[in-house]
Design a protein around this ligand. Structure first.
Ligand SMILES: Nc1nc2c(c(=O)[nH]1)N[C@H]1C(S)=C(S)[C@@H](COP(=O)(O)OP(=O)(O)OC[C@H]3O[C@@H](n4cnc5c(=O)[nH]c(N)nc54)[C@H](O)[C@@H]3O)O[C@H]1N2
Ligand SMILES: Nc1nc2c(c(=O)[nH]1)N[C@H]1C(S)=C(S)[C@@H](COP(=O)(O)OP(=O)(O)OC[C@H]3O[C@@H](n4cnc5c(=O)[nH]c(N)nc54)[C@H](O)[C@@H]3O)O[C@H]1N2
Ligand code: SF4
Ligand SMILES: [Mo]
Length: 863
């Protein structure tokens, strides 16, 4: 069998994959044992990539309006539209909104076209929403956007502090590496998060801080270290500069972070005792109106203790998307020019010479939130969206939709035909997806790896870089946009990083220059900047010293009685962003089937909100509906909802109608994690669900969510009054049961060969059957009797396995609980040996550990 080495489509861990093509769009996926980022491991999302690469839902040919078009017509239209818009309104009336899910080659070509040939800085990326605060913090501290660590530092660390990172869910393979460091040499794990996440549950110390109080906490830690005489004065003297009055600007004030002295003392003891300390930070730090300050407060602590540039230590911003870093390197942020250069005259001249550019931009462009505001105001008249779904993922998404609806020309390059964003496109361009595209990505630790094509293009899809280059040539830039393949684009990009560099920028890819196609195809994963780019303690500032930055905790927000809750948002373990790919995987859609509103029991009680009922969340920007999960993992006064559901997957569960456009004044990154909101119970008088092989059109006047399951769909329904069942059900042999006392109605529809086509369960006051068994009946020919199908339970009694914990082996929580009890299992390994659960990708290991813990506590109480 022919193994193709490639890199995972999803997160910034950047796991290597050994893919074996097994036929027409069939593939076996294994972790690449030789890839340094994962050494053979893959999480649930990576393991199930094979389920997401079918042609279902793909955009297969260019489209203009609702009509199928051909490439020539579509590309000419896009090129002419840009040229005409620039001619009439100037270069800044045109904008590209791109993505960390593009390859480096795509990004390079888009950036070159906008900044050197259209002549505007208006290219920004969804990485603005993702880690632009970390970028700004690194630049303030080091003079350049350089991540100073690599994953091997995690292997050597004695203390790993996770700030605003649900690592076990969002970077699972890094999490497994952290756990391995704990197993190998007792590394201590601290989690700092307002929510008790599955990551927090596994921590040695969990600091449940108040939202946005990280600056207060890290300042306090540094001040405390000074009191304890743990500051590294020699390092500071030789390698850092401090602003005047730096030390007196700090205070020890754990109360500001919402934690008590004892908790703070425990944290400070760990910090004092363990020089080999990594602070890994993610969206809880970045997505804040003080995100840049949070980054610098973390970096300050490391610099103050001299904990950087040595094995096992450093302030480590972990990136979200597979190529968020590539975008930062190429210059896909509106705030950088290219290849870690800014907009000084000298740097613009340098880029202009290198590109031989006719229309250099004069300065930075608009950052994402401002870009959509300018579209709304009519200042931007042409928008090209590539590999991102802003109608879902931007804050104040209602406004963003209005902006796109007003924009005279919206072009969207995507792999998927129907997304909430393609709904606004005048022109849709089909892009290659993962498994077809071919190029390079950079992961969180600056490691450049190849993504390789497994299959020929779907339909007429083309590579993003190729699409952009086609448009550029049609705008008259033939000479500057002609490459035979992605290898040539990569070579040009590497040459730009090296051009007039002379050691002024750490980002220097001279080593990769001159690779021919064969060399590029054979490229092995490799770091730029080495595994420790600041091992020499020479930073990219003029004096080569790092800078501590005075940062002060933000003012506490004034209480707003109309919106008394703090609104936090984030991710689920098995869904990726707007579900355009993971949503096709039945396995991945088992873990969370609906978007849940997590709320503290006291708040729920005060509001009259019941577990498993619906609740409405309202902010000054919009309203959404969620299923309630009462959870003591939330702090009082704070709620959490996931970002994933869209108009394609729910009637009202779209989260980003809620957050406002407030962003960090330095980085421009939105504060997605600390909005203000009101929560109210949502009254309904019936609830139901439908499992079906074909998804029907769903009405807009009831609550619904739709996820794919093996063999079909699961659609949850809730509302008031009546429901038009006939519109939801397919034709076929129909069996019905009613119970008017409970207002219960059940309908099963079978096909000509007895196969189950749909089953509908509805109740006004009774309960509904569990979902798993009936979903299983969708697969193949169910031998169950009509009465069993109507009951939603097998005629031969079967144990309820509970919610699926291990998606790889389909093991439910009750099965695990019962096995622990019956067989006295004491560890995740023993559960694995008994049930297989947790032995493949390992993403559910933290959940199994939690069940063990609950069982241990219950046993202790019983004794
Ligand atoms: N399963 C899955 N994995 C993913 C993704 C996905 O969509 N699904 N997306 C990828 C991408 S692009 C990204 S950016 C990463 C994101 O990865 P993470 O940053 O780990 O994920 P989030 O859930 O957005 O947020 C992390 C945590 O920040 C906490 N938080 C909120 N406010 C604060 C605060 O004020 N201080 C602190 N210290 N913490 C706070 C939240 O409660 C949350 O638990 O995940 C990547 N990996
Ligand atoms: N409330 C809230 N909102 C958030 C966040 C949060 O934590 N809370 N997190 C933010 C963060 S960190 C991020 S990164 C964003 C992510 O938000 P988005 O970028 O909007 O999310 P995706 O679903 O990943 O969208 C990627 C799109 O690109 C398409 N695509 C995939 N590969 C390719 C390709 O190769 N070429 C092209 N042309 N298209 C492709 C996919 O089909 C999909 O439509 O969301 C942000 N929004
Ligand atoms: S941790 Fe999971 S999603 Fe991230 S790169 Fe690895 S396999 Fe892919
Ligand atoms: Mo992200």
């Amino acid at each position: 069998m022919n193994i193709i080495k490639t890199t995972c489509a999803y997160c910034g861990v950047g796991c290597g994959i050994d893919a074996t093509v097994t036929g027409n769009r069939g593939v076996t996926i294994r972790g690449d044992p030789d890839h340094p980022a994962n050494r053979g491991r893959l999480c649930s999302k990576g393991s199930h990539l094979g389920e997401t690469i079918g042609l279902e839902g793909r955009l297969l040919h260019p489209q203009i309006g609702d009509q199928r078009s051909d490439w020539d017509t579509a590309l000419n239209l896009v090129a002419r539209s840009i040229t005409d818009t620039v001619a009439e309104y100037g270069p800044d009336s045109v904008a590209f909104y791109v993505s960390g899910q593009l390859l480096t080659e795509d990004y390079y070509v888009a950036n070159k076209l906008m900044k050197g040939f259209i002549g505007s800085g208006n290219i920004d990326t969804n990485s603005r929403l993702c880690m632009s605060s970390a970028v700004a913090a690194y630049i303030r501290a080091f003079g350049e956007d350089v991540v100073p660590c690599s994953y091997s530092d995690l292997d050597e660390a004695e203390l790993i502090i996770l700030v605003g990172s649900n690592t076990a869910w969002c970077h699972p393979v890094v999490w497994q590496r952290i756990e391995a460091a704990r197993a190998a040499h007792g590394a201590k794990i601290v989690v700092i998060d307002p929510r008790r996440t599955e990551t927090a549950e596994q921590a040695d110390l969990f600091i449940q801080i108040a939202p946005d109080s990280d600056v207060a906490l890290f300042n306090s830690l540094l001040a405390e270290m000074q009191v304890r005489k743990a500051v590294d004065a020699d390092f500071l003297d030789a390698h850092a500069t401090l602003p005047d009055g730096f030390w007196s600007s700090l205070s020890i004030s754990p109360a500001l972070a919402g934690i008590d002295e004892a908790m703070f003392g425990a944290l400070a003891d760990l910090v004092a005792a363990h020089p080999r300390m990594i602070t890994l930070f993610s969206q809880g730090a970045n997505q804040s109106v003080v995100g840049t300050d949070k980054g610098n407060a973390i970096i300050n602590l490391h610099l103050g203790l001299g904990r950087i540039g040595r094995p096992g230590m450093g302030p480590f911003s972990i990136t979200g998307q597979p190529n968020a870093m590539g975008g930062r390197e190429v210059g896909g942020l509106a705030s950088t020019l290219a290849c870690h250069m800014g907009f000084s005259e000298e740097e613009r001249d340098r880029a202009q010479h290198f590109w031989n550019a006719p229309n250099m931009c004069s300065g930075p462009g608009l950052k994402a939130v401002d870009m959509f505001r300018a579209i709304h105001e009519g200042k931007i008249k042409f928008l090209w969206v590539m590999a991102t779904n802003p109608a879902v993922s931007m804050p104040d998404a209602g406004f963003v939709r209005e902006a796109m609806a007003r924009c005279p020309m919206v072009v969207v390059s995507d792999c998927i035909a129907e997304t909430d964003t393609t709904a606004f496109a005048h022109v849709k361009l089909p892009a290659l997806g993962w498994s077809e595209k071919d190029g390079t990505v950079t992961n969180s630790e600056r490691m450049i790896s190849r993504q390789r094509a497994l299959f020929p293009p779907a339909g007429e899809a083309r590579a993003d870089w190729d699409i952009i280059a086609e448009v550029a040539r049609r705008m008259g830039h033939e000479h500057a946009f002609t490459w035979a393949d992605s290898a040539e684009v990569f070579d040009e990009y590497c040459r730009q990083t090296a051009s007039e560099n002379d050691g002024t920028r750490k980002l220097d890819l001279s080593d990769w220059v001159g690779l021919n196609k064969a060399g590029y195809d054979a490229l092995e994963p490799k770091y730029w900047g080495g595994s420790s780019p600041f091992a020499d303690w020479k930073f990219t500032t003029p004096d080569h010293k790092a800078r501590l930055i005075a940062v002060t905790p933000p003012q506490t927000r004034k209480a707003d009685p109309a919106y008394p809750f703090a609104l936090n948002t984030g991710r689920y373990r098995d869904q990726w962003h707007t579900m355009t790919r993971t949503g096709f995987s039945p396995k991945l859609s088992q873990h969370r089937r609906e978007p849940l509103l997590e709320i503290h029991p006291d708040d729920a009680a005060a509001k009259g909100i019941k577990d498993a009922a619906l609740a409405r969340v309202q902010t000054p920007y919009g309203t959404s509906l969620f299923r309630v999960r009462v959870s003591d993992g939330q702090r009082r006064g704070e709620i959490f909802v996931p970002m994933h559901w869209t108009d394609q997957t729910s009637s009202d569960g779209r989260t980003n109608l809620l957050p406002g456009p407030h962003n960090d004044p330095i980085s421009g990154q939105p504060g997605f994690k600390n909005g203000k909101a009101q929560v109210e119970p949502f009254a309904s008088d019936w609830r139901g669900f439908l499992v079906c092989t074909q998804r029907p059109a769903l009405p807009s006047d009831i609550y619904w969510t739709a996820v794919q399951q093996d063999g079909g769909w699961l659609i949850e329904l809730e509302g008031s009054g009546s429901i038009d069942v006939d519109a939801l059900l397919p034709s076929g042999d129909r069996i019905e049961a009613h119970d008017s006392a409970r207002g219960t109605r059940r309908i099963v529809v079978r096909g000509t060969e007895g196969q189950l086509n749909a089953a509908f369960y509805f109740t006004r006051s009774g309960s509904l059957p569990p979902r798993d068994w009936i979903i299983e009946q969708l697969q193949g020919r169910s031998t169950e009797s009509a009465s069993a199908l109507l009951a939603g339970r097998s005629a031969t009694p079967q144990p309820d396995r509970g919610p699926v914990i291990c998606v790889c082996f389909n093991v439910g929580g009750y099965t695990i609980r019962d096995a622990i009890k019956a067989q006295g299992l004491g560890s995740v390994e023993e559960v694995g040996a008994c049930l297989n659960a947790g032995t493949n990708c390992g993403s559910c290991r933290p959940a199994i550990a939690k069940i063990l813990e609950i069982r241990r506590k219950a046993a202790a109480v019983a004794v």
